[in-house]
Design a protein around this ligand. Structure first.
Ligand code: AQP
Length: 348
């Protein structure tokens, strides 16, 4: 049977990149799944420790992320939704995988590099002269090993993620195959399910991906943003010197990003065909007019989600706690079954 697994870091309220790149797929997969398919979605709070270390913030983000997952339509009785740190076995499997993971392979991953401002010719593994520490922490470097453990411990067959995660998924397959080669067929190498929405870019710097932890909060639209906020962010979204819409992904990354967001959120896009065909109807439209249309499209799509989000966020001790407890229980059962086989296979 199919096992679908994916995760999101509780590093802020999810944005349109998270939604179009991953979360929207999670709900679709849930709603279209047959009875035998298991769906497991994790709020990966241990991963979030690689970024900010503020306890109150993290606690708030954890519950806000759970509220978001429920608001977009995930059903905690159908899908297993849980906090990663509630299932200790994730960390145990991570250690076991770490004992075989290649430092060389991990050093080629692009995510940790993009989170550090690497000075040219500076070796990230060495402390800078005159400075005490080193910006590269072990947890950030080994992030993909914990991610592989998250996936493999639930015997996931399919992992829906945004394009930025493809490299990590390949690493998870290498971990599973390596383990199986040494210890017999215990782990399941997962397939990547890429969402139709390619990377959504930052509204402030279209060369970067839209991200929760970017300092500029105008660079992203949150699923909880009101129409007024969406409008303001849209107004200052960076494009180029040409004030009219045209479809040119190479030369006009800012405008293309806006077209892409519209394409994946506009209910009328389905009948238009491809993104390029959809974009044709706006050819020559004044950017200001297009941005205002896009504001409406986003707001119409997000209004029901936002309303549910605020209802759930307000019920922090009730429905959310119940969902988290139920999720933790189901996730522990799923993880423990794999760990039994893993421990047995390696002689623990
Ligand atoms: N810009 C994006 N476009 C498409 N997909 C995206 N995802 C993230 N950003 C984009 C997808 O969202 C899922 C959850 O991501 P995550 O929270 O686990 O980590 P991330 O990829 O590091 O996301 P952020 O928003 O950039 O968070 P921070 O700033 O905290 O690191 C993943 O499936 C991801 O592909």
């Amino acid at each position: 049977a199919k096992v679908i697994f994916s995760g999101i870091q509780p590093t802020g309220v999810p944005h349109l990149g998270n939604y179009l790149g991953a979360l929207q797929q999670w709900v679709k997969l849930q709603n279209e799944a047959d009875e035998d398919t298991k769906l497991i979605y994790s709020i990966v709070d241990l991963h979030a420790l690689t970024g900010s270390q503020d306890a109150a913030e993290l606690r708030k983000h954890k519950w806000n992320t759970l509220a978001t997952l429920m608001a977009i339509g995930l059903n905690p009785w159908r899908s297993t939704i849980f906090f990663q740190s509630d299932v200790l076995a994730h960390s145990e499997l991570m250690w076991i995988l770490s004992c075989e993971a290649s430092m060389g392979y991990l050093s080629r991953m692009t995510q940790w590099k993009s989170k550090l401002d690497l000075e040219e010719n500076h070796n990230p593994f060495e402390a800078s002269p005159g400075k005490e520490g080193n910006k590269l922490k072990l947890g950030l470097f080994s992030y993909p090993v914990l991610q592989a453990a998250d996936i493999l411990i639930h015997r996931a067959t399919h992992v829906p993620v945004g394009h930025d995660q493809s490299q990590h998924l390949e690493f998870a397959r290498v971990c599973a195959n390596g383990f199986n080669h040494r210890h017999g067929q215990v782990l399941v190498p997962p397939s990547t399910l890429l969402s139709p929405a390619k990377r959504i870019q930052s509204l402030a710097e279209p060369s970067l991906k839209m991200s929760k932890s970017h300092l500029n909060n105008k660079s992203r639209i949150l699923l909880s943003d009101t129409k007024n906020t969406i409008e303001k962010k849209m107004k200052v979204a960076v494009t180029d010197t040409n004030g009219y819409v045209s479809y040119d992904p190479e030369k006009r990354p800012g405008v293309t990003n806006l077209l892409q967001i519209a394409y994946h959120m506009d209910p009328e896009a389905a009948s238009a065909g491809s993104l390029e065909e959809y974009a044709r109807q706006f050819e020559g439209t004044h950017l200001k007019t297009f941005k205002s249309k896009l504001t409406d499209v986003i707001d119409d799509h997000l209004t029901p989600i936002r309303e549910r989000y605020f209802t759930f966020a307000a019920s922090q001790n009730g429905e959310l706690m119940e969902a988290a407890e139920l999720g933790a229980k189901k996730a522990r059962e799923s993880a423990d079954a794999t760990m039994k086989a893993v421990r047995d296979a390696i002689g623990l």
